[in-house]
Structure formats: C-alpha cells, structure tokens
Write a protein that binds this ligand. Structure first.
Ligand code: 2HG
Ligand code: ZN
Length: 432
C-alpha cells in the first residue's frame, strides 16, 4: 500500500493525511485555485525525497511539488487529486564564498538573502514574498522580481542544481549532463525534475544608494523609463499608477507620497553617490527622494504592499503579462474595455531582463467578474505576451504555445526524463 510505504520513508508526522493538516496545501495563496490530495509528503532529506519519488513512480502516482505556495498561476496545487510533495523541510543553506552559496529547495528567499548578507554579499532576486517564497519554486517559475533589470531572473543566478528525477534517481550536479537540464530547469515549472538544491551566484552590493518615487505624466513614461533603465547604477525600475498608490496607502494606513498617471520607483546603487545620475535621468519631474535604507524602505512599502492590498478587495484574477514599453499607456484602457465589470489595478517591473530590452513585466489584477480569455486576447492586441515572470502554471497552459518559444524542446526533454508524465501534470504544457 503506497501510503504506508510513504509513511515508512518520511515518518508519520510528515505524511499528512488528516484533512485539517492538508488543507493549506490544497489551495493557492490567492484562494483562486483549489484542489485535493490524499496525502502531503514532507521529506526531510534528499534521500527521503528520492525514496518518495521512487515509490510514487513505481506506483504510477502523479505528484505536485510545492515550496512556499506563493505561486499565482495554480502551479503548486493538486488540482486532480495528485499527491503533494512539499520541499519545505529541505531548507539547508551553505555559504561557499562571497560569490556563491548552496540552498536547499525549501530555503526561503529571505534566508538566502540573509546568508548572502552574512558574507557582505547580495542575492540578485528579490520579491515582496521573500519570507515565504522558496528557492525551488522560484527556479521552477524563473521568478524575476524587482531587481531583474540588474541581475536578470532566477535562471541567471543558477550555477548548478541537484535534482531528483521522476523515477527517484538523485543527480547531485547538473553541470555535466547530456541534455542541458541545467539550462532548461529555470522556468520548467517542476515538470522535468524536482529541484533538491541549487548553487546560486551572489555578489557585492555597492554601498551608496538613491531611491526616487517619480511622478511621470503619461506622455513621458516611455522616455523616463528608458533613461532610468540605461543608468549604470540602476537596481530597480518599478511602475504603478495613481490608483495603485492609493490602494497601497490604504493597505498600510498612510497617505500616498506622490500621485500621477505613472509613478516610477527607481533604485540606484554604486560606489559613489548615484543620486546625481538618477536626478539627471528624471529631469525636472517631481520626485520624493531617499538616500538611506530606512527612508528608501518607506517608499518601497507603497510598492510592496500592493499584492496584499488588492487581495483585501476580493480574490483577484491575476494576469502577469509582458508588454512593450510603447504599449504602457494603452494597457489600462485596453484591459478595462476587455473587463468592464471588474476593478483593474496594475503594477510591475519596467524591465524583464538585465539586457534592458524595452519590455515590462506588468501584473494586471482584476477584482470582479472577468472573462480571462477576453483579457488575454486584449493583451495580445498590444503585442504583449500573456506570461511574464509568474510562469504558465495551470492558468495559461492553453496559451503556452504563444507565450513560450521553447515548449517543443521542453516537451522532448520531459518525454525523456518523465515518460510516465507524473511530475506536475497540470502545468506548462497545453492539455493533450
Ligand atoms: C509583484 O511584483 C509580484 O508584486 C506579485 O510579482 C504580483 O500580486 C501580483 O500580481
Ligand atoms: Zn512581480
């Protein structure tokens, strides 16, 4: 009997079959995707993870892998009764030097950031969900986050990874692998292998800081984002509007520090004061400026509070889209036309890579009654892509072919590594 064999591996306390204990693993963070499972397995070591996967494989049992359950596209939820394998207990961290560290799949982003800071270094990916989001899931979705303009997404930080394959084989390093699994791991959404641990790049943080929340009229947004994005010292270029800053202000119980068509929250860091170059890029637009971590943090609060603030209004439909800078000003009206019975909020990252391609990752949140397909179609009329940095998940798998150019390659790899199709069966690939 599979469950009793699984209990033998992970122990009774880490094979959760009680409905009360399972429930948090059966629904995603937003409350939008809900599934069910008969058991949640919480292996405490790589050996246990490998043994769990082998048992599931031999029994032909599909599994959904879950980390911090902060995903937004339904990718970590057992939608069709799959077993859940939680990697939360695989959180070991080992700092190798001030240029790299090794993190267990279940290590939270905050723990990785602290480990990097302990050797005076910095990890390149940051998101507001840092206390819960885990490294395995962030690799699976190729998370971008707020410093993507500087460091690129998760895949750009990945030096090596150890994985457990669908059949339970543990591969401690992917550096020598015939099929370039390492190159395809980020963004593979747990469909190719279970990340057990990763070796991640870290690096020095320049000491001097300047942060500005700039009020930008619609007519100037493209030019301002372009100028700020071209600065040597740029670490973040975030975008939101008047509605959103009010929403965040309400969420955190403060008054909004700025109001305009667009607010650009820019952070620059360098050896030597970056403020003059940031000010030159912003010109004479009104801005609230901070040069210390603490006052800068006060400005960031208005950006980081958005996800939680919108969730208080209801269960939002989340569209994480990539659009050309030239379409930024049309985005709000286009989505409002496609979703006339919903309240639309949008915010995001002005760049989606460190090459600073003029493409923004924007999070459109719609609260109310919405036809998702109408919104996706509307995004495509703007030459946008319906998936940016949260992954395809289950939410967009029927549109994956348009959003991912590497899908055929991934499918081939999947067929080789997981021929029974047991790993995260509800995500990424269009339903067959
Ligand atoms: C962000 O950048 C996150 O704030 C979450 O990617 C976006 O809640 C969202 O839609
Ligand atoms: Zn984001």
């Amino acid at each position: 009997m599979l469950i009793s064999d699984l209990v033998d591996v992970v122990g009774f306390d880490h094979c959760l079959t009680d409905p009360g204990l399972r429930t948090g693993y059966e629904v995603d963070w937003t409350g939008r995707y809900r599934g069910h499972t008969v058991a949640v397995l919480r292996p405490g070591s790589i050996e246990e993870l490998a043994a769990v996967m082998k048992l599931c494989h031999d029994a032909g049992e599909p599994v959904v892998v879950q980390g911090g359950n902060t995903g937004m596209v339904g990718g970590g939820v057992p939608l069709h009764g799959e077993l859940v394998v939680s990697v939360a207990r695989l959180g070991n961290l080992r700092v190798i030097s001030n240029l790299s560290l090794q993190a267990g799949a279940g290590a939270t982003l905050a723990a990785v950031q602290q480990a990097a800071a302990s050797v005076g270094a910095r990890f390149g990916v940051d998101t507001a969900a840092r206390e819960s989001a885990t490294i395995g899931g962030m690799i699976a979705t190729n998370a971008g986050g707020m410093n993507v303009v500087r460091y690129g997404p998760m895949g750009d930080q990945l030096i090596d990874a150890g994985v457990v394959l669908a059949d339970g084989r543990y591969v401690p390093s992917l550096l020598i692998s015939d099929d370039d699994l390492l190159g395809h791991l980020a963004g593979s959404e747990g469909t190719l292998a279970v990340v057990a641990h990763a070796t991640l790049a870290i690096g020095p943080t320049p000491p001097d800081l300047a942060i500005a929340m700039v009020e930008v009229p619609a007519s100037e947004i493209e030019a301002v984002v372009g100028r700020v994005g071209s600065l040597e010292s740029v670490f973040a270029v975030e975008l939101f509007g008047a509605r959103e800053v009010e929403l965040a202000a309400m969420g955190i119980g403060r008054s909004a520090p700025a109001r305009a068509d667009w607010l650009v929250l820019a952070e620059c860091r360098s050896d030597g004061d970056p403020l003059p170059e940031l000010q030159a890029a912003v010109g004479d637009l009104p801005a609230v400026v901070a040069t210390g971590q603490r006052e800068g943090g006060e400005l960031w609060l208005f950006r980081e509070a958005l996800t939680e603030s919108v969730a208080r209004l209801g269960v939002p439909h989340k569209y994480d889209v990539r659009i050309p800078h030239g379409a930024l000003n049309d985005l709000r009206a286009t989505v409002e036309t496609a979703a006339p019975d919903a309240d639309i909020f949008l915010w995001g990252h002005a760049f989606s890579d460190r090459q600073r391609t003029p493409l923004a990752n924007v999070h459109v949140n719609a609260v109310g009654v919405v036809d998702d397909e109408a919104v996706f179609d509307a995004i495509e009329t703007l030459n946008g892509s319906v998936a940016a940095e949260h992954g395809i998940g289950t939410a967009k798998r029927h549109r994956a072919a348009a959003a991912r150019s590497d899908l055929a390659e991934l499918r081939m790899l999947k067929d080789r590594l997981d021929p029974k199709g047991l790993l995260n069966p509800n995500v990424l690939f269009p339903p067959q």
